[in-house]
Design a binder for this molecule. Structure first.
Ligand code: CA
Length: 230
């Protein structure tokens, strides 16, 4: 995973040692990590910037993990974020399931890190397929995130690294309209100052690259909103 394609995992755990061990291991695996020590903080963080996956402890002070899960899963803007619930006992997992909180997966503590990483990747295959090396297809375009190669109508295309990241962002969610600011965050990273006009320049290069062997321009300009694929 290159730096800006790294998916963000939000770790919600009140136990500092457990939170840090998990965060450390996630960072070592190449993920970006956000930390919250209670439910309120988690809800605020998600509102600010939705992560790609949430690892959520059941036992939290005040607002429980179940309540956080229920709230996020009822909000249209956050219900698509996968949630993996952690709980201390398997009976609790049974209860979480029974409560229909909408959690996407459940892991019992003490968990194996290898197992938890596998579960996280399984969720990302659905929501951030390019970031975990999947092959994406849109009409006659194929993007292989593992080998960093792009084909159109079976012919290989030459793309710069920025254009590749732009295309993989688009291909993860065809049809979604991305604002210039959202593309800057995803493709360049939020910690870097780049003018929004830079986005337009690279969109122009991406269009040229995608059409280098002919075919219609698949990138759509949405006036006043941004860009979309298809
Ligand atoms: Ca806890």
């Amino acid at each position: 995973m290159t730096r800006h394609e790294r998916p963000t995992v939000l770790v919600v755990e009140d136990e500092p040692a457990q939170r840090e061990v998990l965060a450390y291991n996630l960072e070592a695996e190449g993920f970006r990590v956000a930390r919250a020590e209670n439910g309120e903080e988690a809800l605020l963080l998600v509102e600010e910037d939705a992560p790609d996956v949430i690892v959520l402890d059941w036992m939290l002070p005040n607002v429980s993990g179940i309540e956080v899960c229920r709230r996020l899963k009822t909000r249209p803007d956050t219900q698509g974020v996968p949630i993996i619930m952690l709980s201390a006992r398997s009976e609790e997992v049974d209860r979480v399931r029974g409560l229909e909180t909408g959690a996407d997966d459940y892991v019992v503590k003490p968990y194996s890190l290898v197992e938890l990483m596998a579960r996280i990747r399984a969720q990302l295959r659905r929501t951030r397929p390019a970031a975990v090396g999947q092959r994406l297809t849109f009409e006659d375009i194929v993007l292989d995130a593992e080998t960093h190669r792009v084909f159109r109508s079976d012919k290989p295309l030459k793309l710069g690294p920025t254009e590749f990241r732009l295309l993989s962002t688009f291909m993860e969610k065809p049809g979604r309209v991305w604002s210039r600011e959202q593309l800057l965050d995803r493709v360049w990273g939020r910690d870097i100052y780049v003018d929004t006009r830079t986005v337009d320049v690279h969109i122009g290069r991406l269009r040229k690259a995608l059409c280098q062997n002919g075919g219609p321009d698949p990138v759509r300009t949405v006036r006043g909103a941004g860009y979309a694929l298809g």
